[in-house]
Design a protein around this ligand. Structure first.
Ligand code: PEP
Length: 256
């Protein structure tokens, strides 16, 4: 049985008070509930230590949304993997399409970030996904294979096995245009066979592959029911507990 995961990517939303309130609301909503998946939240950096405090004695896992590729030193404005780990965060999102598009993060940069995260014991949630024009040109499988190839580079199977992958078609992020379960499943199966070919069957079988892109309480059950979809990376719908909880609870209705 692979891990089932619902992960929240708050992006650049919520001031400190609002963010910590959202963490507390989530903790309260999950209290005493038996849920069928792991829950990860990735707030902005400023919330990490306060969130870690509120998440003590819960099973909710804390993640950062980004890390510096450098270890430490004169890199004004950057936050290192070691700093993130020191807050109590256990995971980090790497390769989100917004980082690729707006901050020029290419395969080589993402490779360094993956190595840095792994060396500090942070579990990467590595994002891949094609643009609309790439899908329309029929290049989506190649685009995603190339993203994986470039960023994973020479990282060994033992380290790849510690990661989480998120497939997030860029055309579905924040647009309300969710990929159909069939389209998402087709890409998840492609990613799993890529992993099998490069890193062997056990890495491929074990890897949680999350779907991201306008996932919400209405479409989560049909997406999560697909054989190769192991959960979701959720942006907009993770910013309010009443929208996020139905996605977590979707797993109660999935039988596979
Ligand atoms: C994301 O950016 O990771 C994401 C999936 O966003 P949304 O759910 O808002 O499409």
């Amino acid at each position: 049985m692979r891990e089932k995961i619902v992960a929240a990517n708050w992006k650049m939303n919520k001031d400190l008070t609002e963010g910590l309130q959202l963490v507390s609301d989530l903790v309260e909503s999950l209290k005493g509930k038996k849920i069928a998946c792991e829950v990860i939240i990735a707030p902005p950096f400023i919330h990490l230590s306060g969130a870690a405090e509120r998440l003590k004695e819960t099973d909710i896992v804390l993640a950062a949304q980004n890390i510096a590729k450098e270890e430490n030193g004169a890199f004004t404005g950057e936050v290192s993997a070691q700093m993130i780990a020191s807050t109590g965060a256990k995971c980090v999102i790497i390769g989100h399409s917004e980082r690729r598009a707006y901050y020029g993060e290419n395969g080589a940069v993402l490779h360094e970030k993956l190595l840095r995260a792994i060396s500090e014991g942070l579990r990467p949630i590595f994002c891949v996904g094609e643009q609309l024009n790439e899908r329309e040109a029929g290049k989506h499988f190649d685009v995603v294979s190339n993203q994986l190839t470039e960023a994973f580079n020479a990282i060994g199977a033992d380290k790849i096995a510690q990661m989480i992958i998120a497939y997030e078609p860029v055309w579905a992020i924040g647009t309300g245009k969710t990929a159909s379960p069939e389209i998402a499943e087709e890409m998840h199966a492609h990613i799993r066979s890529f992993l099998k070919e490069r890193y062997g069957e056990s890495v491929a079988k074990k890897m949680p592959i999350l779907y991201g892109g306008s996932c919400n309480g209405s479409n989560a059950v049909s997406l999560f029911s697909q054989p190769n979809i192991d959960g979701g990376l959720i942006g907009g719908a993770s910013l309010a507990v009443e929208k996020f909880m139905p996605i977590i609870e979707a797993w109660d209705q999935v039988h596979k």
